[in-house]
Write a protein that binds this ligand. Structure first.
Ligand SMILES: [Zn+2]
Length: 315
């Protein structure tokens, strides 16, 4: 049932696209990628864990790094520096204030990390939230503000071009064309971006809730305006088995955004906004955990038993 639904959705999407149907050979990589997608979709669906209400493990992903500088902030700073600065500050705020949270980083230094390894780290550690931090770029230097993305079908060409630019990071990886994790995905292909966003995401509602909090908190700093919550096909979010977002914290091509993002103080303000969003999201999710009725400790029981009774338990 699900397969038929997916297939018809894909056919509609393909018919709506601007593909030249007379060029059959051009479709071959597309069909190979589609075949891979269907197979990996069903094997991945079966691996998805139920959404936990506890927020105990958070993965912070500083975009780019090493030989991949990301976008250029008018020669004053590169995206990889800003994302790392914000990621480390966010991690510290979380570790200092939320003692029951384990924070993991995809990178803590200026190093190149292949794109597929980022969600892999989150999945292997059963993370409850994945936050990928990036900066935006546009030829139009008046474009400014933050955007928080969920995995999904882009509604505008602008959203698609953001995903294409971020996904192009894989072209810096050795032999990326033969990496099974990408299944022949071509970052330049609009069809590829359409198809792989049709995968159902069990964590969409939770991701949307968190994304809204991120945008609200960033706007509240008064330093970077919010452009809202959006959707597009980001490879880094594709296979995360938990609520996940990609935050474009501002435009490095805009003088005003750049002035905030390039300074330690500005990075701290953005990190604080992200921290507040996480804190609020965690509080909201964990309020759904089953309430344990306070009970008098049995006379013969020790402290361990009481702790077991009140500890939040994952389903
Ligand atoms: Zn980026």
């Amino acid at each position: 049932m699900k397969g038929r639904k997916l297939l018809s959705g894909v056919q509609t999407a393909a018919n709506d696209s601007t593909m030249n149907t007379s060029v059959q050979s051009a479709k071959l990589p597309f069909l190979i990628f589609f075949g891979f997608l269907v197979v990996s979709f069903f094997s991945f669906q079966s691996k998805q864990k139920p959404l936990s209400d506890a927020v105990s493990v958070i993965v912070i992903d500083a975009g780019h790094g090493g030989k991949d500088p990301g976008c250029n902030g008018a020669g004053e700073i590169f995206e990889k520096q800003v994302t790392l600065g914000v990621a480390l500050r966010l991690g510290k705020l979380l570790q200092d204030s939320l003692k029951d949270v384990k924070v993991l980083y995809t990178r803590k230094t200026d190093e190149f990390i292949e794109l597929y390894k980022r969600p892999e780290l989150a999945n292997k550690n059963n993370a409850d939230l994945f936050i990928s931090i990036h900066c935006n770029s546009n030829k139009n230097t008046t474009a400014a503000g933050s955007e928080t993305y969920l995995m999904g079908l882009h509604k505008t060409e602008g959203n698609l071009s953001v995903a294409k630019r971020e996904n192009a990071a894989i072209t810096l990886e050795t032999n990326y064309q033969n990496n099974a994790s990408y299944g022949g995905f071509d970052p330049e292909s609009p069809e590829g971006h359409i198809i792989f966003t049709l995968v159902q995401n069990a964590y969409m509602e939770a991701s949307t809730g968190f994304a809204s909090k991120v945008e609200y908190q960033i706007a509240k700093t008064g330093k970077i305006k919010s452009r809202g919550v959006k959707q597009a096909g980001f490879l880094v979010l594709w296979r995360t088995a938990m609520p996940s977002v990609l935050v474009e914290i501002g435009f490095l091509t805009n003088p005003s955004d750049r002035a905030v993002l390039k300074t330690p103080d500005g990075q701290k303000q953005i990190a604080t906004a992200l921290f507040k969003a996480v804190r609020e999201y965690k509080k909201e999710r964990e309020s759904r955990l089953p309430k344990t009725t306070p009970v008098s400790p049995p006379k013969a029981s020790g402290k361990d038993t009481i702790n077991k009774q009140i500890s939040p338990v994952r389903p």
